[in-house]
Design a protein. Structure first.
Length: 270
């Protein structure tokens, strides 16, 4: 007679076999190297595409800006080309607010608005116009103006609106991810310039507005950062940590922006 303790039922045998299979699978899975995360801008897209989009935002953008014409909707391509040439040949470093309120400036601002909500390539083109406007005009606050922060805040408004409309989706886009991070830094730099206008102390209202916007944009200090917030954390973690601190929240981002765009001084000087 067999010992009952050594006898396994069919159900027990099946359970034992299943446990062994799961054990083996666990070992195999642990041995498979994890797939490295691919940054959005490192994704290789098929078909015609814009390569090295950050070059369109740098100091040498004029060398490639004409490439953007073919990516703009034919319905506004002629207007875009004329305004692109206008802003890239703007001389004399005019006051940003005065120029953008002119007839030509209003046409440019309208074009920026149209492109901002267009296709992804047009969204890049709108940024190119804003960045060149920032290089070709004076927006650093001066002593003799009634509202010294106005120029910086007007430029900051253009950058903020682009980030508000495109920022989160851009963070997941191979074309726009890097430009979106760079624009976050530049926005902070411009608004910090406004914050430190030549008045007694700092303009706390300007800082508060910028901080509130960036907090919402990045999901900073929240349980889950936004997609753009994750990119900023990965590339500019120290600046983001300073942003979450109590002193000079925009300072870290602004410093990184000056490193990335050393010519963005608001005075058109080399």
């Amino acid at each position: 007679m067999k010992d009952a303790s050594l006898t396994l039922t069919i159900g027990q045998r099946v359970a034992l076999v299943a446990a062994c299979v799961l054990f083996v699978l666990a070992i195999v899975v642990r041995g498979i190297p994890s797939r490295a995360a691919v940054a959005p801008e490192d994704v290789i897209e098929e078909g015609p595409r814009i390569v090295e989009p950050m070059q369109f935002l740098g100091a040498g953008a004029r060398l490639r800006a004409g490439e953007l014409d073919q990516w703009v909707d034919p319905a506004r391509r002629t207007r875009f080309k004329a305004l692109r040439e206008l802003v890239f040949h703007l001389d004399g470093c005019p006051d940003l607010v005065k120029w953008i309120d002119s007839i030509d400036g209003q046409r440019l601002e309208q074009m920026i608005s149209e492109l901002r909500t267009g296709r992804r390539e047009e969204a890049l083109a709108s940024l190119v116009l804003i960045y060149q406007l920032a290089r070709a005009t004076e927006w650093k606050p001066g002593l003799m103006t009634r509202t010294p922060q106005a120029q910086s805040e007007r430029l900051g408004g253009l950058l903020q609106e682009w980030l508000r409309v495109r920022g989160e989706k851009a963070a997941k886009d191979a074309l726009l991810a890097e430009p979106a991070v760079a624009t976050t830094l530049l926005y902070a730099h411009v608004m910090r310039t406004a914050e430190n206008a030549p008045v007694i102390g700092t303009l706390s209202a300007t800082q508060d507005r910028a901080r509130t916007f960036l907090t919402d944009l990045l999901g900073a200090g929240q349980s889950k950062r936004s997609a753009l917030g994750e990119l900023v954390q990965a590339r500019h973690g120290n600046a983001l940590a300073k942003f979450l601190g109590r002193s000079d929240p925009l300072g870290g981002f602004a410093a990184d922006a000056r490193t990335l765009f050393p010519d963005m001084k608001g005075t058109c000087s080399p």
